[in-house]
Design a protein around this ligand. Structure first.
Ligand code: 5GP
Length: 190
C-alpha cells in the first residue's frame, strides 16, 4: 500500500532492537484518513472470503481492526492481556511472548464471543517474530473457528516469521512489507 510506505519513510523512526516507531500516525497519534484507507484495503484484499469476525490483540491492533471491521461490516473482537489465565473456564487462553516488552503474558478471549461458526480474519499492527499471531491462531483453534487469513499493517520480513506462516498455508497479507531497515534506510519488499 503506497500511502503506508510513504508515511513510514516520512515519519517512521528506526530504534535500536529492530523496532520501528510509528507513534506519529499509528501507535499513539492516529492518522484517521490513513486508518480508514487501511481498513478499505484490508476489506478489498479479503473481499468474498466469508469473514464473519475480525480478531486482534490489545492495544495497538484495535484501531486497525476496527477500521477493517467497519469497511467489511463485521464485528471486531480483541484478545485481552491478563495476569491470570483460565480461572473459571469461561475464556480461551494462550501465552504470548511480547516483542516490545520481552515478557510472557496470558492472552484471553471470552468463549461467548468466539465459536466454531466463526470465519476469522486476524489483524494486527506489526508482524515481527509472529508470536502474537500464533497466539491468536491458537485461540481460534481452541474455539474450532475457521481461519480466513491475516492482515498486518507492517510486516518486518527480515525476521522470516511471515514467510514461515505462509509456508504453513496461512494466507498473510501486509500493507507494508519491510525487507530491511536501519538508521538511514528502510527498504520495502517489491
Ligand atoms: P511478534 O509477536 O510478531 O513478535 O510482534 C508483534 C507485536 O509486537 C505487535 O503486536 C506489535 O505491537 C509489537 N511490535 C513488533 N515489532 C514492532 C515494531 O517494530 N514497532 C512497534 N511499534 N511495535 C512492534
Amino acid at each position: 500500500m503506497k500511502q503506508m510506505e510513504e508515511k513510514i519513510l516520512r515519519e517512521g523512526v528506526v530504534l535500536p532492537g529492530d523496532i520501528l516507531k510509528v507513534g506519529s500516525f499509528l501507535n499513539q497519534n492516529i492518522d484517521t484518513q490513513l486508518l480508514a484507507e487501511m481498513g478499505q484495503e484490508i476489506a478489498h484484499l479479503y473481499e468474498g472470503c466469508g469473514t464473519t469476525k475480525i480478531l486482534t490483540i490489545e492495544a495497538s491492533g484495535i484501531a486497525i481492526a476496527a477500521a477493517a471491521g467497519i469497511a467489511m461490516g463485521v464485528p471486531v473482537l480483541f484478545a485481552k492481556k491478563h495476569k491470570s489465565s483460565n480461572v473459571d473456564g469461561s475464556v480461551y487462553s494462550t501465552i504470548v511472548h511480547s516483542f516490545t516488552h520481552n515478557e510472557d503474558y496470558n492472552v484471553v478471549v471470552s468463549k461467548d464471543y468466539l465459536s466454531a461458526d466463526d470465519h476469522v480474519l486476524l489483524v494486527d499492527d506489526f508482524l515481527a517474530n509472529g508470536k502474537a499471531l500464533r497466539g491468536l491462531i491458537d485461540l481460534c483453534d481452541q474455539a474450532g473457528a475457521t481461519l480466513v487469513g491475516v492482515a498486518i499493517a507492517i510486516e518486518k520480513c527480515f525476521t522470516g516469521a511471515g514467510d514461515q506462516l505462509r509456508a504453513e498455508g496461512v494466507r498473510l497479507e501486509s500493507l507494508a512489507a519491510i525487507e530491511s531497515m536501519s538508521d538511514d534506510a528502510i527498504v520495502f519488499r517489491s
